[in-house]
Ligand binder design. Sequence first.
Ligand code: BG6
Length: 506
Amino acid sequence: MTHAFQIVIFGASGDLARRKLIPALTRLHAEGHLESEFAVVGVARRPKSDEEFRQELAEALDPEDRSAFEALAPRIHYHQGDAKDGASLAALGSRLDALPGGSEAGRLFYLSLKPDLFAETARALAKAGLTGAHPGERAAWRRVVIEKPFGRDLTSARALNDDLHAVLREEQIFRIDHYLGKETVQNLLGFRFHNAIFEPLWNRHHVELVQISVAESIGVEQGRAAYYDETGALRDMLQNHMLQILALVAMEPPTSLDPKALRNQKVDLLRALHCPDAAEIGCASVRARYGPGEIEGRPALGYLDEEGVPPDSRTETYVALRAEIDNWRWSGVPFLLRHGKRLPRRFTEVKVQFRTTPLQLFNQPEGMDPSEFRRRLRDGSLCQIRPNVLTLSIQPREQIHLSFGVKRPGAQMVMTPATLGFDYREHFGESPPEAYERLLLDALTGDQTLFLSADEIEASWRYADEVLEGWEGPEAPPLLEHPAGKWGPEEADRLFLGCEGGWTRG
Ligand code: BG6
């Protein structure tokens, strides 16, 4: 970035600005990624001076970021205003014109606002003349960043896309799914498409099943009950973050890293997801909520006892799905997706389980006659082989493991499990950067690779809508309850039908 830019954060008093955006900008600045002239302007309704705003932001930072923030602070400003109000936006425009870079600066409008304000704010910005790039001046770009949720079903997602497209070009819209900013999620692409050894195996001929788990130990956080109860686990995590991981794991190789090439492959994959019909939904999905239990030795409330949750709530905090992909590569391979709040541990993991060898030669139990051994292997009453599993740990540990069998030393041909492992921190000597650092930098440079396209969002909702509709139908799976701090309902194990193994525990 060589040209001046300005970042305008609407909803600057909110949590996202304090917890994610300012810390990310602080680190990017300290690491020398923001070299050009720039200004950051927080916009919110309460009156506040620049100095008070900077003070608030500094106090919210982790102590280790505070000294780096001092260097960034003079570039941060506060503007009292309302994102929907024309006069307010006109005043904001004049303020921006007077800041470094002025009207020639590139401008990133970050709508850290309630989702029902996205369309209205984009319209108001356009009406105030703030989103139109100056003709012929490529450097004076105008971009708008929004965060999930992008609608609550296909119809509302389409309406939002239409509203945004009425005033912005798709290249100006940066829709964040923060999982795509995680290093280990990006590495799914690198790992798959840079290493030739896995590609020949990455299909239905060699893969028995794929598991994607996003487990959280937190429950519904304070102040989020109203949002969460309207949303539920499927809309909150599965429709977006988990389907994005699934798309990266299963999509066809792109021909380049061009954002369009990459995003189109994801869209194709999402469109190939088989939508379970009313008769299939009961076998293909499990839903539950956490009841009272224990987390890390401490009593934990049940979902219904959390502050702000209506007593008659029917919202799921746990979802498990057996997804299928109707294409040549994956037909018949189950993709098991599971997410829950108040599970024993926080982890996100992808497990690719390969098919076993066609003939089991090893691990004949001592004293068992060879023909008995062969007979029992054949009728399935004995299994002496473990599948090779490739585990891609996304968080909190960032690791890759491949399990395989090795011969135990000794006279007998006994195979025992072993693993090859890779650990990001051990290898690179540091933790990967926070998702928002990467995403902000990409939005500033105009790289849409890690942002969602309108098509991807609609393709994800098409699938999620079908599941949600099935949950309203006659074959809907019951809403189960599991104790907080346990691994979810046992019923979820039946999604493994016909496959080896069970849910991973991280
Ligand atoms: C958000 C969800 O999108 O992701 C939250 O709304 C969830 O409910 C969070 O806790 C998880 O993000 P991460 O990065 O902590 O895995």
